[in-house]
Write a protein that binds this ligand. Sequence first.
Ligand SMILES: Nc1ncnc2c1ncn2[C@@H]1O[C@H](COP(=O)(O)OP(=O)(O)O)[C@@H](O)[C@H]1O
Ligand SMILES: [Mg+2]
Length: 308
Amino acid sequence: MTALLHSDLALPGLRRGKVRDVYSLPPDEGGDRLLIIASDRISAFDVVMPTPIEEKGRLLTRLSTFWLRHIERMGLCRTHLISTDVTAVPVSAFKPGGTTREQLEGRITIARAAKVIPIECVARGYLEGSGWKEYRATGAVCGVRLPAGLRQCDRLPEPIFTPATKEEAGRHDENIDFDRACAIAGRPLMERLRTLTLSIYNAACEHALSRGIIIADTKFEFGLVPGSDEPILIDEALTPDSSRFWPGDTYEPGHAQRSYDKQYLREYLERLVAAGSWNKQAPGPALPPDIVAATAGKYREAAQALTA
Ligand SMILES: Nc1ncnc2c1ncn2[C@@H]1O[C@H](COP(=O)(O)OP(=O)(O)O)[C@@H](O)[C@H]1O
Ligand SMILES: [Mg+2]
């Protein structure tokens, strides 16, 4: 097995995100299709690192596919998932010296192409990250008032919907209140997205808790397809990259939690910043093998616990 940092296929429409490469596929009877490839890239502080985390793309795809199927099976929301079968990628996509079918195995999502709704739909059941920061400053998160006296990582009385803007590459998403989200995407659509986000989050929490994992918060993206007003769930869902996972057995509010995500990486990078050798701007620093291995281990642990 080798890591995949960048894909190289003879397909049109390539867009590279921080983690995924997205190509266009010929449409089928249902409409336009995308080929989404989860690479082994990792980003922190919105900067993509030059060193891959081997197998990360496969673990992300395994988790995301598991959840998209779970969500469809429960009838919670339609999703963009069509197939993860590499044999469905046309032969003409492969060129000499380019990415091989074998390298794509386990990393691809063939998806319904949607018009992306430009709002990050975040659900929070616990108080951490930007939510904790905002609460400390204002007593509310994205305009949602919360009881006084909550501690870092406390469980909220009930999960809340805290939208954020979807910013272009290199800029940080910004938390906004519900009314501002409505001004951007329209009120009836935002009300539907709030309902969908919270119901998917609640269902996911229930499964994750049964596997000993707390989903403190998570982010969804939704899109619209021609001929329907009903949004579909797109992008990745409920992975360590889009969520905050905590081990349930050591959960204790009042301080930061050990997590299943990029904790090792962030701590390493913060040490570099403190030493004056990195400034949180691109390009990111090369990562040492112990940090790569520890991070890969975290992704493996989460995928194993949730999908096995
Ligand atoms: N079904 C879909 N239709 C259209 N765009 C999609 C779909 N699913 C995912 N996307 C887009 O593909 C990109 C995925 O790549 P990613 O590396 O996650 O990007 P980012 O750096 O924006 O997080 C995102 O911009 C996401 O909005
Ligand atoms: Mg993304």
